[in-house]
Design a protein around this ligand. Structure first.
Ligand code: 13P
Length: 253
């Protein structure tokens, strides 16, 4: 059975103290509530990762992720952080290919393939982000575009390695805009992604890989989105910054 996952991407938000407060509120909330979620992942800034990872040891369902990693393990890359360093502080996951990094940091499919490899080599689970712009959707090319992102950055992996991949479909036009994909749009794309995985890796990998939806997913619409057969949870931006909203989303399966 594939995992039901809710991941909160804090992006470049929260001071250290605020991040610890938020983490403690989420831990308290999880201890005092019922949910069907298999994993909750906090994708924090690098700064928070060690402390949040320590705190998350208190709750079996909680994991931590970095929001990015470098293509190399170490070296003269001022200002960068490697997968090797990320796993050394207790984080278990890393986001790769978020559209904001593709956009602002010129990350392309071949560079992302290298990041995927080095993350997996450091025993991190990769949450691989994909998604199309509005122009591409309006031109009717969204499915081909997302398939190409997945094929270029992931399809060199072995079947065994692919077991450590989670996919997050985040249409760029829905990120931070309040314009959520409809449940039909989300289901259509998730179904197509699963079909793509089936063509590359067969039925077992296709059925076992969790595919998360991201883009203005919030406490109001999470239930409807998560009720779709191929939507296995969410990658949440803005609504992950308030414990009450994030906990409601976690309870939306
Ligand atoms: P929002 O939920 O703020 O739209 O952000 C989604 C996202 O980019 C998560 O990675």
């Amino acid at each position: 059975m594939r995992k039901k996952i809710v991941a909160g991407n804090w992006k470049m938000n929260k001071t250290f103290a605020e991040g610890i407060t938020l983490t403690n509120e989420i831990i308290d909330g999880l201890k005092n509530s019922q949910h069907q979620c298999d994993q909750v992942i906090l994708c924090t800034p690098f700064l928070h990762l060690q402390k949040v990872s320590e705190l998350c040891n208190e709750e079996y369902v909680l994991h931590t992720a970095a929001q990015n990693c470098h293509t190399e393990n170490s070296g003269a890359y001022t200002g960068e952080i490697s997968a090797f360093m990320i796993q050394s502080v207790g984080a278990t996951h890393v986001l790769v290919g978020h559209s904001e990094r593709r956009m602002y940091n010129a990350e392309n499919n071949s560079m992302l393939a290298k990041k995927v490899d080095i993350a997996l080599a450091n025993q991190l689970t990769v949450v691989f982000c994909c998604g199309e712009s509005l122009e591409i959707r309006n031109a009717g090319n969204h499915i081909a575009f997302v398939n190409e992102q997945i094929e270029s950055s992931l399809f060199h992996l072995s079947k065994e390695a692919f077991k450590n991949i989670v996919i997050a479909y985040e249409p760029i036009w829905a990120i931070g805009t309040g314009l959520t994909a409809s449940k039909e749009q989300a289901q259509e794309m998730h179904f197509q992604i699963r079909a793509k995985l089936n063509s590359g890796y067969g039925e077992e990998i296709a059925n076992e890989t969790s595919i998360l939806y991201g883009g203005s997913c919030n406490a109001q619409n999470a239930k409807e989105l998560f009720s779709q057969p191929d939507v296995d949870g969410g990658l949440i931006g803005g609504a992950s910054l308030k414990a009450a909203d994030f906990l409601t989303i976690i309870q939306s399966f």
